[in-house]
Design a binder for this molecule. Structure first.
Ligand code: FAD
Length: 485
């Protein structure tokens, strides 16, 4: 750590047991869930309240200490590097309380270090639903998600308010409540009373401030699930299905239309010869059978008109999905258990406009197949692939075409998977993909695609909020890979 005095000051703020420079403890933060790695920290502090975060930042800012923020450590592109060996790492996961579930305003307010599955379960026990699809809910924190994947499926639209500590220790609360209007105790709408500052901090990767609390919209828990699953031979017909879907529905929540490629489906139907190129799942959640039957009837009618077919295996799969509704299991865990069984992951995600999607998708898939063959030649055996995409709003498709390699003890495999992820993203970005992940390597890559005006705006905001560049230094602003500099 920088000095004995600093350590003492931090201990005064959070208590002795929540600050450490122990090398085994700091070593643990060199790791994360990704192939890219964690942060080299000089010390780790685990604050318990907004006030403590404010005092820590005020101190760090005065002493120009780089601060790296960490939620669940589930970033797939690595943690902020900061200034290796000098970072004060703020581990937010002690701030894990649900503060209020408000059934009339239909909001939940929680500390930002809470793990999403805990938040989800707390809402569910009160009869409410928070929209958190497709993340490993058992490791992702609310703050990490708001910072690192905002723009992804759903949650960001539901974030009403954030309490954020700025680099100098100033505390702001956005969202129409007391932070915006001193006479209004409720946070209830993020665009009232001024610019959308909730949006400013959404997806910032933690560069503009530290989120300590948030109020998020909730819905009555939908107890019923109906699933329909149909197969298609061509991408064009799948995209026509998607178009019909978004023309009449707000795609999320409750009306997921999920598309799986042949490789993904083979994981479920091992040994089956006859898997078609695309399998489309409509998974509808709702409150009554009548309502859901109507939605599923529309799905089946569209699918049949567009050449979709079914078979007894798909019908059985749909029935199993329906039967799983209403249980208290953690779907995030189930997905991760499935992926862990496949081996070492090279996650290959993309986010693209629906318009022009088919052409880019075919190019990305061809690229992946070429690299898969190259991996095979080097002796890295592919256990499974996972092609998946879904609409997240009327104009946007997110998806992935991951590759899973047979795990070996050879250290080269992790590096190979990491390089595959990097190269894929560089290629996908050249084709117009700009991914939802505002974190680690991806934040740097996204920044290389910015126009001069956008870059200048980012730098203006960053410099005014964090003039000493102490928060996650290097993230976004590291443009070493930018050929235009
Ligand atoms: C196996 C796997 C599968 C995944 N699948 C999906 C998926 O399908 N869809 C999807 O959307 N995501 C997926 N993710 C990614 C994950 O949802 C995001 O990486 C998420 O941002 C991680 O949250 P975290 O709390 O772990 O954040 P961390 O990894 O700890 O941090 C992410 C970023 O947020 C910053 N940060 C964290 N907390 C705060 C805070 N309180 N205030 C300010 N900044 C903060 C950090 O500095 C860092 O820059 C997957 C991840 C893994 C490992």
């Amino acid at each position: 750590m920088h000095s004995k005095k600093l350590l003492e000051l931090l201990q005064e703020i959070v208590g002795k047991e929540f600050v450490t420079t122990d090398r085994f403890a700091t070593f643990a933060y060199l790791k994360d869930a990704s192939n890219f790695g964690g942060t080299h920290a000089a010390g780790v502090v685990r604050p318990g309240s907004t006030e403590e975060v404010a005092l820590i930042l005020s101190l760090a800012n005065r002493q120009r200490i780089p601060v790296v923020i960490r939620g669940g450590g589930a970033s797939i592109y690595g943690q902020p590097e900061g200034v290796p060996g000098h970072n004060l790492l703020l581990d937010m996961t002690r701030m894990n309380n649900v503060k209020e579930i408000n059934p009339r305003s239909m909001t939940v307010t929680a500390q930002a270090g809470i793990i999403m599955s805990k938040l989800e379960l707390a809402c569910r026990r009160e009869g409410f639903y928070i929209f958190t699809p497709f993340v490993p809910n058992h490791i992702v924190s609310l703050g990490g998600w708001m910072s690192g994947v905002a723009g992804s499926a759903g949650l960001w639209k539901d974030i009403i308010s954030m309490t954020v500590v700025l680099a100098d220790g100033t505390v702001v609360t956005t969202g129409g409540g007391p932070g915006t209007n001193r006479h209004q105790p409720l946070a209830y709408n993020r665009t009232l009373g001024g610019p959308d500052f909730t949006g400013l901090f959404t997806g910032d990767g933690g560069s503009f401030g530290i989120k300590t609390e948030s109020t998020v919209r909730i819905r009555k828990y939908p107890p019923l699930v109906r699933a329909g699953i149909m197969e298609f031979a061509t991408l064009e017909n799948v995209l026509a299905m998607m178009e019909r879907h978004v023309q009449r529905d707000t795609s999320f929540p409750f009306d997921a239309l999920l598309v799986f490629g042949a490789g993904a489906m083979e994981n479920f139907a091992v040994g089956t010869e006859d898997v078609k190129a695309f399998t489309v799942q409509r998974m509808a959640m709702g409150y009554s059978s009548d309502e859901l039957d109507c939605r599923l009837a529309a799905f089946h009618a569209d699918a049949q008109e567009l050449g979709g077919t079914s078979n007894p295996a798909l019908e059985a799969m749909a029935a199993a999905m329906e039967a799983s509704a209403g249980t208290e299991g953690d779907p995030g865990m189930d997905w991760m258990a499935l992926f862990n069984g496949f081996g070492r992951a090279a996650w290959l995600p993309f986010t693209l406009p629906r318009e022009g999607f088919a052409d880019v998708y075919h190019q990305l898939l061809a690229w992946r197949e070429e690299r898969r063959r190259a991996a095979d030649e080097r002796g890295y055996r592919c256990n499974a692939t996972w092609e998946f995409f879904t609409v997240i709003d009327q104009s946007t498709i997110i998806g992935e075409m991951d590759v899973f390699f047979e795990e070996t003890h050879e250290p080269g495999l992790q590096a190979y998977a990491r390089d595959l992820m990097r190269d894929f993203q560089e290629y996908a970005h050249r084709l117009g993909s700009i991914d939802v992940y505002n974190q680690g390597f991806m934040a740097d890559l996204n920044a290389t695609c910015w126009s001069a005006g956008f870059k200048a705006l980012f730098q203006t905001v960053k410099t005014s909020l964090d003039p000493n560049n102490i928060l996650n230094p290097g993230l976004w602003t590291d443009l070493r890979k930018d050929p235009e500099g």
